[in-house]
Design a protein around this ligand. Structure first.
Ligand SMILES: Cc1cc2nc3c(=O)[nH]c(=O)nc-3n(C[C@H](O)[C@H](O)[C@H](O)COP(=O)(O)OP(=O)(O)OC[C@H]3O[C@@H](n4cnc5c(N)ncnc54)[C@H](O)[C@@H]3O)c2cc1C
Length: 399
């Protein structure tokens, strides 16, 4: 009879990590989470949790809190640079998929997930950057951290994101994150900025001749209640280079890039503070997701560029599915293989869709942008239907 693994070491307290730990606990397995950064409740910009991700949060009893602290998104509306309406997707999500899409601050989501993990008696350690994994037969698996500490467990889950150190252990010569040629700017502005526009709970997004801009409500906070983001060609300039610039210089860059775009984009840029800059990264398909007693989940396994709005939801799905695949009496190798077989086709389909979406945010000639806008208008109803498979997924049952 196979002896059951009792203790999981989980690397990363972003989205997949704390949630996987909670589902491990529910499956009767001890879980300890190790995060590289000190505990903080003030990181990152805004993001949207899609209905499929909300289904996972519902299993944790978190939907009311997420909706109360975020803002339900009732649709995604597209405009041209001059403000001409091109169409709408993602209407009536709650009615169609049982959960709404919700915008919220990444920091708020992280705080909610970490608190839930604490309440579920998960051990959480911050300021613990994994540097090495030791997996020798007949010995407990060891994780070593940058501060000289180490921890032992029966298996290890790499939930350490796009720059995963665990990925390097699983696939030593595997693909590295690559720059997709686009760069993201984002942040929050006061709710009053949208008061004249009556956008309700719609998210408004604009395709320029080059680049993309979006905004929508993300909380009831009067000072920070609107999230915004700008995606543009990076022209080889990294996020680190932009981050070294002053906020005034970043605002000026955004003003120049979005000059002539419709209202309220110029007003949002003028009001923007604490602008966050992120590289838009992708990782080629990994040949394997696990090696001996170590498994990758979330962005560590299938990093996706943000253009499908699904990375967080896929990470949440991975966490619940792994927990549900941990029954008594099945060996780890079988569980890891079952997990990969179940999750890989869906994750790879969505990663590919995000790549395609990213292409429409690159630089176009004036004629190219005109054709793209007309094609978008024509094709949106079909495109919209083609996205339903992402939201309709039920993470309580196997795919
Ligand atoms: C600009 C932008 C906008 C996005 N918008 C959306 C959106 O609207 N909707 C959506 O669903 N997705 C969005 N995404 C994608 C989403 O953020 C990711 O897919 C998601 O965060 C993946 O979750 P994860 O838990 O796998 O990784 P992460 O959330 O990245 O968490 C990984 C954690 O591991 C930690 N870590 C890293 N290395 C180590 C180490 N060596 N030791 C210990 N800890 C380590 C990190 O500090 C981090 O806390 C966006 C991404 C970007 C860049």
């Amino acid at each position: 009879m196979t002896q059951r693994a009792r203790k999981a070491l989980i690397i990363g307290a972003g989205i997949a990590g704390p949630v996987a730990a909670i589902f491990m606990k529910q499956a009767g397995i001890d879980a300890a989470v190790y995060e590289a950064w000190p505990y903080s409740t003030g990181i990152g910009g805004g993001l949207q949790i899609a209905p499929n991700g909300m289904q996972v949060l519902a299993e944790l009893g978190l939907t009311d809190e997420i909706i109360r602290r975020g803002s339900v998104a009732e649709s995604f509306d597209f405009y041209s640079q001059s403000g001409r309406r091109l169409g709408t997707v993602n209407r009536n999500m709650r009615e169609r998929f049982g959960q709404p899409a919700v915008n919220l601050c990444r920091a708020t989501l992280n705080e909610i997930l970490v608190n839930k993990a604490w309440c579920s008696h998960v051990e959480l350690y911050f300021d613990k950057r994994l540097v090495a994994i030791e997996d020798r037969a007949d010995r407990p698996l060891m994780a070593h951290f940058a501060d000289g500490a180490s921890a032992e467990g029966d298996f290890l889950i790499g939930a350490d994101g796009v720059h995963s150190a665990v990925r390097r252990h699983v696939v030593p010569d595997g693909p590295k994150p690559f720059d997709t040629g686009l760069i993201g700017f984002g942040g929050f502005v006061p709710r009053a900025l949208l008061s004249h526009r009556s956008i309700g709970q719609r998210v408004e997004t604009t395709f320029g001749q080059s680049g993309f801009f979006g905004y929508g409500f993300c909380s009831s906070d009067p000072n920070d209640g609107v999230m915004w983001w700008s995606t543009q060609p990076s022209h080889g300039i990294s996020a680190a280079t932009y981050r070294a610039m002053s906020q005034d210089a970043l605002r000026q860059h955004l003003r120049n890039f979005h000059a002539g775009w419709h209202d309220p984009i110029p007003q949002i840029i003028d009001a923007a503070e604490d602008i966050v800059v992120t590289d838009t990264l992708d990782v080629a398909t990994l040949p394997i997701w696990s090696r001996k007693r170590t498994l990758l989940i979330g962005d560590a396994a299938h990093a996706t560029s943000p253009h499908a709005g699904q990375g967080a939801s896929l990470a949440l799905e991975d966490a619940i599915r792994l927990g549900r695949l941990m029954p008594e009496g099945v060996d780890l190798d079988t569980i890891f293989q079952r997990f990969e077989q179940e999750r890989r086709p869906r994750a790879e389909k969505i990663v590919a869709l995000a790549r395609r979406n990213g292409n429409s945010k690159r630089a176009f000639s004036p004629t190219g942008a005109w054709i793209r806008d007309h094609m978008l208008k024509l094709l949106l109803p079909v495109t919209s239907k083609g996205m339903d498979f992402m939201y309709a997924y039920n993470p309580r049952r196997a795919a």
